[in-house]
Write a protein that binds this ligand. Structure first.
Ligand code: TRP
Length: 332
């Protein structure tokens, strides 16, 4: 039986956080057991909004890799590689750009949102609005059929599949294959400030590498029910980040239910619930943090993994690129 091909990745613009964990890392750890999985550290994409900070992107390649290894992405089972070291990707990007109208790239809701968030307005670069086309190249270069991502990435998969269909129709081929997004159950995690999305740029993230002290500080600052002022007041669970996190990261379901009942009735203070959440999060993050510290110290080992993965990824993508060029009459 032909194995499912999975391609996914992250921008190395910072270390990974709990939002990444629930949105995609956890599913990658599972998928590597049953599929052929490629995980890309998307440094070209990271440069689209960090082109003035190349050192930052460079360093974060290692940070992201250490995060991967620490959560259990196994380089013997998953091919981990660096996007900029795969020449087929920018080459495919150039070909695909002809197949997408400017109006179409400008309509991408995730890109629109980012342009607004970053305050780019009319100064947005061509490279930035183009990144979904680059991402289509990432995915199709591996003929990936499954892409595990967070919810905000769905427009990228849609764009990819439009390109696949146009390409195959125009160049009368079947070389490109459509991909399916795999969105995890808890695909989205709120930030500690209660905003809908945890993100580094919003400053509301708990990183996998956070020390126990940093974690404690962030949990203490977490958003709860703003109307729960006195301990004896009844509290609301709706939109209450502390309870959202407990549901995801705490294991004792009965204890969670007891806390919820008590909180809603009144008489349970936020600091007590936060203390419990802190213990639970620490139990979860402590082993990850420890492994991560070991990995990040060993640059030579990290480089070895990246070079091996990148070499394997190059083989696969060159084969796909050759077929693409054949279909486009670019073989002379
Ligand atoms: N856009 C993704 C993010 O911001 C990263 C990414 C780049 C990606 N290329 C990809 C994800 C290909 C899945 C597949 O997190």
């Amino acid at each position: 039986m032909k194995k499912t091909v999975v391609l996914t990745g992250d921008r190395p613009s910072g270390p990974l956080h709990l939002g990444h964990y629930v949105g995609s890392l956890v599913s990658r750890v599972a998928l590597q057991e049953t599929t052929q999985q490629y995980v890309m550290i998307a440094d070209i994409q990271a440069l689209t909004d960090n082109f003035e900070n190349p050192e930052k992107v460079h360093n974060n390649v290692y940070e992201v890799l250490a995060d991967y290894l620490a959560v259990g992405i196994d380089p013997h089972k998953t091919t981990i590689f660096i996007q900029s070291m795969i020449p087929a990707i920018p080459e495919l990007t150039m070909y695909y750009m002809n197949l997408v109208t400017l109006a179409r790239v400008q309509r991408n809701p995730t890109v629109k949102n980012e342009i607004q968030q970053k305050g780019y307005g009319q100064t947005v670069t061509a490279g930035f609005v183009n990144y979904p086309i680059n991402q289509a190249a990432d995915i199709t270069a591996f003929q990936a059929t499954v892409v595990p991502v967070g919810q905000d990435q769905l427009p990228m998969i849609e764009q990819t599949n439009e390109i696949v269909r146009s390409f195959n129709r125009i160049y009368k081929t079947e070389v490109l294959v459509e991909a399916e997004a795999l969105v995890t159950k808890t695909a989205r995690l709120s930030g500690i400030d209660g905003q809908a999305k945890m993100s580094k740029s919003l400053g509301n993230a708990i990183f996998l590498k956070d020390t126990a002290d940093e974690l404690a500080q962030k949990v203490r600052a977490m958003y709860t029910d703003p109307n729960h002022i006195k301990v004896e007041d009844p509290g609301n669970l709706e939109g209450n980040t502390v309870f959202e996190y407990l549901d995801i990261f705490a294991t004792d379901k009965q204890k969670i239910q007891e806390l919820k009942d008590h909180y809603q009735k009144g008489g349970l203070g936020d600091s007590k619930v936060k203390q419990y959440l802190l213990e639970q999060l620490n139990a979860f993050l402590e082993p990850i943090r420890t492994r991560r510290q070991e990995y990040i110290k060993d640059k030579a080992y990290l480089r070895e993994i990246l070079l091996k993965g990148t070499s394997d990824a190059n083989h696969i993508t060159q084969a796909v690129l050759a077929q693409v060029k054949q279909a486009m009459h670019l073989v002379y």
